[in-house]
Ligand binder design. Sequence first.
Ligand code: PAP
Length: 341
Amino acid sequence: MSIDDTSTLSSSNKPREQDHEHENALISNLVDRYKDKLTTFPIEKGCVFGSLYMYQGFWYLSQHKLSIETLFALHETFIARPNDVYVATLPKSGTTWLKAIVFSTVNRSRYKYNCLATHPLRVSNPHKCCPFIETEFYESAPTYNDTHSPRIFGTHTPYTSLPRSIIDSGCRIIYMCRNPKDVLVSLFHFSDKVREQSGDLMKINDAFELFSKGVMPYGPYWDHVKEYNSASLERPTKVLFLTYENMKKDTANGVKRIAEFLGYPFTDEEVDQGSIEEIVKLCSFESLKEVDQKGNYHGVPNGSYFREGKVGDWTNHLTNEMCMILDQITKEKFNGLDILC
Ligand code: PAP
């Protein structure tokens, strides 16, 4: 299958039966390989797909594609290339949006805007355009990374636990963080969507309790954000630190910064032709949500990745007490750091 065949890609948004079987076989194999190692790790009830295990200070799912087992396997096998680009986030911090922006910015001369209808982001979820390092591991079908350079990957893995070659080969990493209260609310709704079929819905109080203890996939929230923030201060040409809130405030400026950081600055001619605005529009919440209606991504129900897409929706879901507690934790953990706007 050619990765540029958009008709095939469009249908590949829906996972095929044989893909599931292939993935399940690989997951079982890894679970079996690392099961003894896991017995020594702290374990907690998770809020999305089952239990979480603590490794190197962070919580991971198990028996899943984005899991502790996959991380171990990546540590053994993953080889980064110096020109790779990594989009790093905590879940629900704007991963899908950032992937879309990076993909369309880097590939803007490959996919011309006069062919917008066939642009990969008009037929596929951004997760399909920029696979997670963890899911790439399971892919049986080709991805854009097989034919495009630079390769663009997503990852939720904390900075210190990234496969060593990502740091050593000097790859560029773009990190986006989001206000913890919006992350909690977004995660809560996402987990409800995923749990809907089983009827095992979670209460916001329970989600809050877990989140404030740091228990979420790849959490604690504060430690994850702090690690990437400090890496961006130590290695500013290699790690760019962005916030969801600033991106919302001025998306065009964010796109410009990303392009410059990655070494793909917009020319004056491109700016005059409205190239930046085209990318902002192509990656807008409305545009990505419309494409998402056409199929689901890896079995997650339609619409799960595109709910409100706003700053401050926490005001509609969290009690005053919850907000005060989260604000206090954030103040203590981010003490003296210029992280959230
Ligand atoms: P993931 O980590 O599971 O991939 P991620 O994309 O990080 O999820 O987060 C989803 C959030 O980003 C959703 O937030 P909400 O629940 O508060 O609505 C989603 O709406 C938001 N989002 C997705 N695409 C965009 C976009 N283009 N612009 C702004 N927000 C977006």
